[in-house]
Write a protein that binds this ligand. Structure first.
Ligand code: XLS
Ligand code: NI
Ligand code: NI
Length: 450
């Protein structure tokens, strides 16, 4: 039987009341209320903005509703009702109902999707587009009813076999053309649904071996494709950000959008550094040999920080395990860099994270997301404290204070040649004195914020 969620009754698919409440750090679980937010107090002001605005949480469609719990060795373990055989459009409707139930239970303000997560692929692109449009109408109604918003949409340019050799970087221009048509449709739908961003993740934009690959040509194709997307964004008046999501590998051996530094060089090469930003994912940073906070700090420094895919990797495993974040120091450092980069802005914290495949109860989706939301909220509070206290920043300022001197500034303004500098050493008998960088002392300080 179906109940009215708004009245606080049990929801149809999950055994939780309509929306989890904020109860504070001291919340004691009870049979009536086994789960409540301890830190995610959406109206609490953090650095002048509500927590909801600082975090802009999103639930992703693909891991939570699309994926059936398969792994390379195992069949789907979840057996969700909408994965059973039957009319795929009826299933897409059932999936949308449950997705919006989860958003309401969590009180999650945003969601994200690929076209193929939400509606089935048809026999032709026209049919696929029509299917997507029908679910788009369902979304529009549900968004109106619930106030849930779209953080970003994206096109799946990697699952279908036509994309096995890439979408924009395919050796066959017909595949490029097909991908362009698909992106046009999803970008327009994202625009109509009021999406705040549009994401491009190039899982197949890369290569397996140079023996069969014209790398230079593929990079040019990718640049052209991205320019087409940006042109169309302006043509239709989409105000959202266009975001590239870097990842070094998986599924392709070598992916072109390797990491922030690589993407920035690529954007510069194609004149897009003012048009396109990045959507950063913790597990992808790890695969590229970086910390998450490194990627955020670099994107901030280059002026291309856009949004976050929140998850975590596994130190033992070399692939994208996409686990829900559950490490406070890690997430706090990430949030600290987000705040230093000017905040999350039009982006958000999208849980690009999936359950472990043994977590087969519907309620596991609620526990996973709520625990992660609470952790991120707590990390935000730690980061706020780190900023407010200012001790870390003071240390960094002191460390670079020499650059604020007349000489330091003159060097950076380009007013000193190598000869000038050589003369300076001689004239002043310069003998620079090494100073401690005090890493352990700073780690001691950071510990005090937890
Ligand atoms: C895969 C990516 C993907 C993007 C959206 O590793 O994280 O899920 O976020 O296409
Ligand atoms: Ni990923
Ligand atoms: Ni992602």
């Amino acid at each position: 039987m179906r109940h009215d969620l708004a009245s606080g009754q049990r929801s149809a698919y999950f055994s939780f009341p309509s929306a989890l409440a904020y109860r504070g750090p001291g919340h004691v679980p009870s049979a009536q209320e086994p789960l409540a937010y301890r830190y995610y107090d959406k109206n609490r002001l953090v650095l002048g903005k509500s927590m909801a605005e600082q975090l802009r949480f999103a639930v992703c469609y693909w891991h939570s509703f699309g994926w059936g719990g398969t792994d390379p060795f195992g069949e789907p373990s979840f057996q969700r009702p909408w994965h059973a055989a039957g009319d795929p459009m009826a299933q897409a409707h059932a999936k949308a109902d449950v997705a919006f139930e989860l958003f309401r239970v969590l009180d999650a303000p945003f969601f994200t999707f690929h076209d193929r997560d939400v509606a089935p692929e048809g026999a032709t692109l026209a049919e696929s587009n029509a299917n997507l449009r029908r679910i788009g109408d369902v979304f529009a109604r549900k968004m109106q009813d619930t106030g849930v918003r779209l953080l970003w949409g994206t096109a799946n340019l990697f699952s279908n076999r036509r994309y096995m050799a890439g979408a924009a970087t395919n050796p066959d221009p017909e595949v490029f053309t097909y991908a362009a048509a698909q992106v046009k449709n999803v970008l327009e739908l994202t625009h109509e649904l009021g999406g705040a961003n549009y994401v491009l993740w190039g899982g197949r934009e890369g290569y397996e071996t140079l023996l069969n690959t014209d790398l230079q040509r593929e990079l040019a194709q990718l640049g052209r494709f991205l320019n087409l997307v940006v042109e169309h964004k302006h043509k239709i008046g989409f105000k959202g950000q266009i975001l590239i999501e870097p990842k070094p590998a998986e599924p392709t051996k070598h992916q072109y959008d390797y990491d922030v530094g690589t993407v920035y060089g690529f954007l510069r090469a194609h004149g897009l550094e003012k048009e396109v930003k990045v959507n950063l994912e913790q597990n992808h940073a790890l695969l590229a040999g970086h910390t998450f906070e490194h990627e955020i700090a670099l994107a901030g420094a280059l002026g291309i920080f856009g949004s976050l895919d929140m998850n975590r990797g596994d130190e033992m495993l070399g692939w994208d395990t996409d686990q829900f974040p559950n490490n406070l120091p890690q997430v706090a450092m990430a949030m600290y860099e987000v705040l230093k980069a000017g905040g999350i802005g039009q982006g958000g914290l999208n849980f690009d994270a999936k359950l472990r495949r043994q977590s087969i109860d519907p309620d596991d989706l609620v526990w996973a997301h709520a625990t992660a939301m609470d952790l991120c909220a707590r990390a935000l509070l730690v980061a706020e404290q780190m900023l407010a206290d200012g001790a870390l920043q003071r240390h960094v300022q002191d460390r670079y204070a020499g650059w604020e001197s007349d000489d330091g500034r003159a060097i950076l303004r380009g007013e000193r040649s190598l000869e000038d500098l050589a003369r300076e050493v001689e004239k002043r008998g310069l003998e620079p004195q090494p100073r401690s960088a005090r890493q352990e002392r700073l780690e001691h300080l950071v510990n005090s914020y937890f």
